[in-house]
Design a protein around this ligand. Structure first.
Ligand SMILES: C[S@@+](CC[C@H](N)C(=O)[O-])C[C@H]1O[C@@H](n2cnc3c(N)ncnc32)[C@H](O)[C@@H]1O
Length: 327
């Protein structure tokens, strides 16, 4: 069942638009088409999970027949309108739940996903469902970014008895995680006393102790930087800092898929590089002009890592995971 948390998150098409998607359009297109061509046959039917407003479609120019399952009515409306405009079948988008895919067992050639599994709170259930619908030999192809959302990981770490605290960069993007045990958490609570106004303290601590604690990063952005600084400046906590969020997610996904009996074909960072005409970068990309050298990951914001954009080079880095169903 789609949880309230997930359903509530995705209804506004605006949340799926960000300027870096435009700038990274060509390298993204090259990367995605290359991967799909490599792993699927042209006559294969693809099933896309969590298709939102159809971003993956925008990036692809393959002629594969595709079906889509998406939960949000509002996002589906945008996607269907685009398909209609392109002379494609709007009914290929099915409103449904990724935990209960409306397909028979062993009936789907290939499943694809872009930035979706990291948004799912019950990752094992989602993975089981993908495995269930795939034909033997069918592939699952997944793309996620260096700023993967932390929901699924937070839950997993929480279930293992750790309290995951995001470490953020200068723009409040989550880069790493710190996995706190009870002792370190006591230390953190003490730090918070001086960082958070007294009236907010209980609420912040409650948020940190809950599985949805990542909300703290939305509700209290002013405390995220100082918390990160305090964590990084405490040598005793260095061991608590785990790798980049996207690395953790990739590791976790591989474990989950292998647990269902699927075999990993690729778990890799792929890059795609193009030269862009700087004059074609519109006003939305003021962010670029503002930052003479684009620090690691900053341009992508929630998305792709670009560097040297001012020199006209866009370097896109994406996590690519592919699995095959062996049943
Ligand atoms: C991060 S968005 C990505 C959307 C799209 N792939 C893109 O890249 O723009 C995650 C999508 O998964 C959908 N989603 C999450 N959990 C779902 C569920 N349990 N059932 C159906 N859709 C779900 C959301 O509605 C949302 O459109």
């Amino acid at each position: 069942m789609m949880t309230a948390h997930e359903a509530d998150l995705w209804h506004d098409p605006e949340t799926l638009y960000w300027p870096s998607r435009e700038l990274c359009f060509i390298p993204m297109q090259m990367l995605i088409n290359g991967v799909i061509d490599e792993y699927t046959k042209s006559e294969d039917i693809l099933l896309e999970l969590g298709s939102g407003t159809g971003a993956l479609d925008d990036y692809t120019n393959y002629s594969r027949q595709t079906k889509y399952v998406e939960g949000s009515e509002e996002l589906i409306a945008v996607h269907r309108a685009k398909l209609t405009e392109e002379g494609k079948d709007p009914d290929s988008v099915i409103q449904g739940d990724l935990y209960e895919l409306p397909f028979e067992d062993n009936s789907v050639d290939n499943v694809v996903g872009l930035l979706v599994l990291d948004a799912m709170l019950d990752l094992p259930a989602a993975v089981q469902e993908i495995h269930r619908v795939l034909k033997p030999g069918g592939k699952f192809i997944y793309f996620h970014d260096l700023r993967a959302s932390s929901n699924a990981m937070a839950l997993m770490l929480y279930e293992q008895g750790a309290i995951p605290i995001p470490i953020v960069d200068g723009r409040n993007n989550i880069t790493h995680m710190a996995t706190f045990g009870a002792t370190e958490f006591k230390w953190l609570k003490k730090q918070l006393k001086s960082l958070v106004p007294k009236s907010d303290y209980n609420e912040v601590v409650d948020l940190l102790e809950s599985t949805n604690q990542f909300d703290i990063w939305q509700h209290y952005p002013e405390v995220t930087q100082p918390i990160t600084k305090a964590i990084l400046n405490n040598p005793e906590l260095q061991d608590c800092i785990t790798p980049h969020v996207s690395e953790l997610l990739s590791m976790m996904l591989q474990q989950e898929f292998e647990a269902t009996g699927m075999k990993v074909l690729e778990n890799n960072l792929r890059t795609s590089e193009v030269l862009v005409d700087r004059s074609s970068i519109g006003p939305e990309h003021e962010l670029l002009e503002e930052h003479n050298t684009i620090e690691h990951g900053a341009f992508g914001n929630w998305y792709w890592h670009s560097e040297d954009v001012l020199a006209g080079k866009v370097l896109l880095v994406a996590n690519v995971l592919t699995f095959v169903a062996t049943k």
